[in-house]
Design a protein around this ligand. Structure first.
Ligand code: NAP
Length: 315
């Protein structure tokens, strides 16, 4: 027997980024009793973005501000919110899904997984050792510590180039290190970064070790054209090399691709009935606020229809 309280919902949404809140809006408007659970503060990854300039309707808006608007919008329809809630166990396979936290067992007819993704590690010597002492994955959080310092940003996508430009507000020099000759980032972003005089690009190079004593002092790169090592003296390393899905709690319960992203059909349904995935956590060709919000709308609308078909189920 457990003395945990039991709470019943129609839909439980895991994750509170754009996919999570969009799901919540559509689910609550579909007249379903809806809860949203996140192990962190609400807002997901975009809360850390300095500016977003490709979410339609907002030519430029701060990431935190945009996510506050998502939350306020969902609040309007009356959802239950559980931020900073650690999940101990999830059972997605039974018809009534169960999510157990330290003090509650949540039961639901449908679950929408919108747990997003997190920064990938370079997995090189010194990286973990120097986290918080020169290695950072969040320019907005840590950039101000690098006033007049030298920094390297690793990666060639939108994140790397945008965050490199942001870091030039503080640093005297920012190296952008990319493993290929061409960038993955949008053309406009590349053009802006190339115009920034504080940025020096090192192409076709791969970081292989971070060295220091108390703090980061050097980054060793392999020049991929001639296999020789390059040694950069610097104060900070910001890897921006993409994301890996946040799926720890339900690994193996739903079908995933080789990188761990959840497979869905066009209805955002996973390999399990009544379980949907939306946003960055799923296998999708584009990971943007707008696509996550769109996924959330599809997932919740399909969850509403699915629940309508469950005539025999009593929670
Ligand atoms: P991304 O587009 O996947 O780019 C990752 C970059 O890191 C690539 O250039 C990749 O190189 C490089 N890389 C990957 N693994 C590496 C490794 N082990 N060592 C060295 N380099 C490595 O990731 P992202 O830039 O984080 O963006 C993720 C998504 O968010 C994208 O869809 C992006 O458009 C979006 N985003 C949008 C905004 C915005 O709209 N404001 C801002 C940020 C991100 P290769 O190119 O050689 O694969």
């Amino acid at each position: 027997m457990t003395d945990k309280k039991v709470l019943n919902y129609d839909v439980i949404i895991l994750g509170s980024g754009p996919a999570g809140f969009s799901s919540a809006i559509y689910s609550a408007r579909g007249n379903l009793k809806t809860a949203i659970i996140d192990k962190n503060m609400f807002g997901g990854q975009p809360s850390n973005y300095l500016e977003i300039e490709n979410y339609p309707g907002f030519p430029v808006i701060g990431g935190f501000e945009l996510m506050q608007k998502f939350e306020e919008h969902a609040d309007k329809f009356g959802i239950d919110k559980y931020p900073m809630t650690e999940i101990e166990r999830i059972n997605l396979k039974s018809q009534i899904k169960e999510i157990e936290t330290p003090d509650t067992i949540f039961k639901a007819k449908a679950v929408i997984i919108a747990t997003g993704a997190q920064a990938k590690k370079l997995n090189i010597k010194g990286e973990t050792e120097f986290i918080g002492r020169g290695v950072s994955y969040c320019a907005v959080c840590d950039g101000a510590f690098y006033k007049d310092k030298i920094i390297a940003v690793v990666g060639g996508g939108n994140s790397a180039l945008e965050e490199a430009m942001y870091l030039t507000k503080f640093a005297k020099k920012v190296y952008v290190i990319h493993r290929r000759e061409t960038f993955r980032a949008d053309k406009l972003v590349c053009q802006r970064a190339c115009r920034n005089e504080k940025i020096e690009f090192i192409m076709c190079a791969q970081p292989c070790e971070i060295i220091g004593n108390q703090c980061v002092e050097k980054l060793i790169l392999k020049d991929l054209k001639n296999n020789k090592n390059i040694e950069l003296c610097l104060d900070g390393v910001f890897p921006y090399i993409g994301y890996t899905p946040n799926i720890d709690n339900f690994i193996g319960q739903v079908e995933q691709n080789s990188e761990g992203f959840i497979e869905t059909d066009i209805h955002m349904q996973t390999s399990l009935e009544g379980v949907y995935a939306a946003g960055d956590v799923r296998n999708t060709p584009l990971r943007q606020v707008v696509t996550a919000a769109s996924d959330g709308a599809v997932a919740a609308t399909c969850a509403v229809k699915y629940i309508e078909t469950l005539t025999q189920v009593t929670v």
